[in-house]
Design a protein around this ligand. Structure first.
Ligand SMILES: [Zn+2]
Length: 209
């Protein structure tokens, strides 16, 4: 029964996404168990993000998610689709709209046209520890760079330690990301992050910029 209701909700969310119209009210009986996920999806729809809701998923060793989405635009297009939790997707949308775009306009007079990432949900631990990475729950995404509308590509690996507008842009973006995400790890944090920003909405709080 729950699965059938969920399928209905997913269908509703998908059709709302495709048309970019506000999501229709869910069936009353289904509201209590899915309120958080539905509210999140409605929030995402409001940003212009393109996504599909996923059924809950867990692995035998404890990875997985209950509110996952497969998202292709946040609303800026991603270089490839990513599976992340809906709250993380919503944080990406805020990051895009409130941090990335204003910073790109300020530094380049251009908009960001594409966000490059190298992964969201992955069932793995944090290297060198016995702790699960927030990637294991879909609460994290690794961003490696950005394309502007004129084709300029800005890469964390190349431009973070450079001088000039690209580096200033990346540092401003990282600072802004700390206002949106709970954990932000950059090349300034450790060598493992020399080429990407780790952005997560997990329980910890760390602005590693
Ligand atoms: Zn990461």
């Amino acid at each position: 029964m729950a699965r059938a209701i969920f399928a209905l909700l997913v269908t509703a969310a998908l059709s709302a996404c495709a048309s970019r119209a506000p999501a229709p009210p869910p069936p009353a009986a289904a509201v209590p168990q899915n309120l958080g996920f539905l509210a999140c999806q409605q929030g995402l729809n409001g940003t212009g993000a393109m996504f599909e809701a996923l059924t809950p998923m867990t692995t035998p060793n404890g990875c997985g998610f209950t509110e996952g989405v497969r998202i292709t635009a946040v609303p800026s297009p991603l270089n490839q689709p990513v599976v992340i939790s809906c709250p993380t997707a919503l944080a990406m949308a805020r990051f895009d709209l409130d941090v990335l775009q204003p910073a790109a306009m300020q530094h380049f007079g251009k908009r960001v046209a594409k966000i490059h990432h190298v992964g969201g949900y992955t069932c793995r631990g944090i290297a060198g520890t016995r702790k699960w990475s927030q990637h294991a729950f879909g609460n994290a995404i690794d961003v490696i760079g950005f394309d502007l509308t004129d084709g300029t590509r800005i890469l964390v690996s190349r431009d973070w330690r450079a001088r000039g507008a690209r580096a200033n842009f990346l540092h401003d973006v990282a600072r802004g990301a700390c206002q949106v995400f709970r954990v932000v790890l950059t090349p300034a944090y450790d060598k493992a992050h020399h080429d990407h920003f780790h952005l997560d909405t997990g329980p910890d709080r760390l602005c590693g910029i």
